[in-house]
Design a protein around this ligand. Structure first.
Ligand code: AMP
Length: 594
């Protein structure tokens, strides 16, 4: 298709007129980042002027930055939790937002062990969709011909609950996939998925994954890109194929559908889609029965140009495994978003994972930046951040979060026009993460304390511990190293803790971890059983000696509660005396405990 040359973009030649419009929008927003931000803040403050929250701080209808910054405090979730709870309980007065709160988005960040509830309003869906609509126009600048095939994306909905007053509470992607924006999206040749809506929307994760994989196999030659939201999700799909290829090949050979697929809409869709294809079935069997799965992705889907998964932040730990299965296909990180707000996109999506920078789109919310680690506390605006410096992201949203600390640490890498670009450094306080779970130091500490209660009757205590996220297994799992002390009178007696008791300690730790961890274990199967490795007495002293030999100060030495430095892990592993795993699943239901 000839593209109207007057619509050409500084980012590169657009693939079609629609792309030209999207690229022009990006240019317009990034050229005028500061002015757009000023307008966004004024819009948010004027429409919400009569809310209880803004009135409490006596904003008196002011919409300028100066007054806003003087009067409105920078807050965390716990500060606004009472207001959120009132809304959840049914108070429909304009507490945070003049627009009615349409639902709550449940974040993977937790407060008191439960997912944080993020208020949202209907029009936020438009804003999210707008950001999505910019992704392919940018990708098309780098990868030609994506309109000639399909994307195999493993997308899932998760369980939803209702608050006491009946408002829905569910993850942001579940909300998006169930929206008309997604379900009735117009045909776009650059955005065709192999997964039917019926499969994506099936609440049973096995049936959903099975049919998405089946469709992906059937259309293997059309697949040009493969993805999931996070790297861990794509690896879970590969693991699923490892465990289920015999049944999948059987369905392909016979043109029938596995009897475990019982969801009526999904069954009906698949009935019309699946046809016997013995040749494809033989191919699947030949590839999957091969012991060596290196490069399996490109063998099964030979036309794949890149993997579309987030591998920044905690997900970077999966890059080597993805490279192994894909034979080193490019990894594209396209966007940066959260339940609170969608932030921005990567304008150079085919860059190396270590070089990924996200450009925050100034129309999405009002963004401020709290200097991190530099001693300065002077919060700055989007257009005023400095290259090389680290900041914590603070947002003010249309849905009614004001100067809210997201908890993400970002480093400025440069600018596109006047909009800064950020490397995602890390999320604050996260010690362990396998999938969307985030476990902090105090949660781990509490879990160890609770589990060690089981040792009391054996006169045994946990004297030191540390941990790491083991991603060599799929799914990955938490490994906790314990050094135990059994009181002298019970050493060598038959009363020291048994293997079963230590297995039980693993489960007790899991019971104590937050609801996102337990959901990953129970509903998503995206985390494997927790493992405790008991190490020889004196191991943690050796660990300290090692750290001191490498220059740590003896006075300031603290046991690291999470390790990932190979020599340290080798030291720990060489001192292991017994290994224990959780033998059961912890408790989890969609209902919140509070
Ligand atoms: P949630 O609140 O569960 O939607 O999770 C949002 C959080 O996921 C963000 O605040 C980040 O910490 C993380 N996240 C989202 N997108 C990315 C990305 N592209 N790279 C790294 N981390 C991300």
């Amino acid at each position: 298709m000839a593209v109207d040359s007057t619509l050409s973009s500084p980012l590169g030649p657009p693939a079609c007129d629609k792309d030209a419009k999207a690229l022009r929008f990006i240019e317009e927003m990034t050229r005028n980042a500061d002015a757009v931000q000023e307008r966004v803040l004024a819009e948010i403050l004027s429409r919400n002027a009569e809310t209880e929250y803004l009135k409490r701080f006596k904003l008196d209808g002011a919409t300028d930055r100066e007054t806003f910054k003087t009067k409105i405090p920078v807050i965390t979730y716990d500060d606004v939790q009472p207001e959120i709870q009132r809304i959840a309980n049914g108070d429909r007065s304009p507490i945070l937002s003049a627009h009615p709160i349409s639902e709550f988005l449940t974040s993977s960040g937790t407060s008191a062990g439960e997912r944080k509830l993020m208020p949202t309003i209907k029009e936020e869906l438009d804003r999210r969709q707008l950001l999505y609509s910019l992704l392919m126009p940018v990708m098309n600048l780098y990868v030609p011909g994506l309109d000639k095939g399909k994307g195999l994306y493993f997308l899932f909905v998760k369980s939803e609950t209702r608050t006491p007053s009946g408002l829905l509470a569910r993850p942001v992607l579940t909300s998006y996939y169930k929206s008309e924006h997604f379900k009735t999206r117009p045909y776009d040749p650059y955005n065709v998925y192999t997964s039917p809506n019926e499969a994506i929307l099936c609440p049973d994760s096995y049936q959903s994954m099975y049919t998405q994989m089946l469709c992906g196999l059937i259309e293997r030659n059309q697949v040009l890109r493969l993805g999931a939201v996070f790297a861990s999700g794509l690896l879970r799909a590969i693991r699923f194929l490892q465990l289920n290829w015999v049944e999948l090949a059987h369905d392909i050979r016979t043109g029938s559908l596995n009897s475990k697929i019982t969801d009526p809409k999904l069954k009906n869709h698949m009935k019309h889609f699946i046809k016997p294809d013995p040749e494809l079935a033989s191919f699947v069997i030949q590839e999957c029965s091969n012991e060596n799965w290196e490069g399996i992705i490109t063998r099964i889907w030979p036309n794949t140009k890149y993997l579309d998964v987030i591998v920044t932040g905690a997900m970077a730990q999966y890059i080597p495994t993805l490279n192994y299965y894909s034979g080193g296909l490019p990894l594209a990180c396209t966007m940066y978003a959260s339940s609170e707000c969608y932030f921005g996109l990567n304008l150079n999506p085919m860059c190396k994972p270590s070089e990924v920078s996200y450009t925050i789109m100034p129309n999405m919310a009002y963004f401020e930046f709290l200097p991190h680690g530099s001693g300065s506390t002077r919060i700055v605006d989007l257009a005023d951040v400095e290259v090389g410096k680290e900041y914590e992201l603070v947002i003010t949203t249309y849905a009614g979060l004001y100067r809210y600390r997201v908890g993400d640490i970002l480093r400025v890498t440069g600018f596109h026009n006047s909009a800064p670009q950020f490397h995602f450094v890390r999320r604050k306080n996260v010690l362990l993460s396998i999938d969307s779970d985030k476990t902090d130091e105090s949660e781990l500490q509490r879990a160890v304390e609770n589990a060690s209660k089981l040792l009391v009757k054996f006169n045994t205590s946990v004297v030191e511990y540390t941990s790491y996220a083991n991603t060599e297994t799929i799914p990955g799992h938490y490994v906790i190293y314990w050094e135990l002390l059994t009181k002298a009178d019970s050493v060598n007696s038959s009363n020291s803790p048994t293997h079963e008791v230590l297995n039980q300690c693993c489960l007790e730790m899991e019971e104590s971890l937050n609801s996102v961890y337990r959901q990953c274990r129970v509903a998503d199967h995206s985390i494997g059983p927790l493992e405790i490795r008991v190490v020889k007495n004196g191991t943690f002293e050796e660990l300290m000696d090692y750290a001191i030999s490498r220059g740590a100060s003896i006075n300031q030495y603290k046991v690291p509660r999470c390790v990932n430095f190979t020599p340290i892990m080798e030291l720990l592993d060489s001192r292991v005396v017994s290994v224990h795993f959780s033998q059961d699943l912890p408790h989890w239901t969609p209902e919140r405990r509070r």
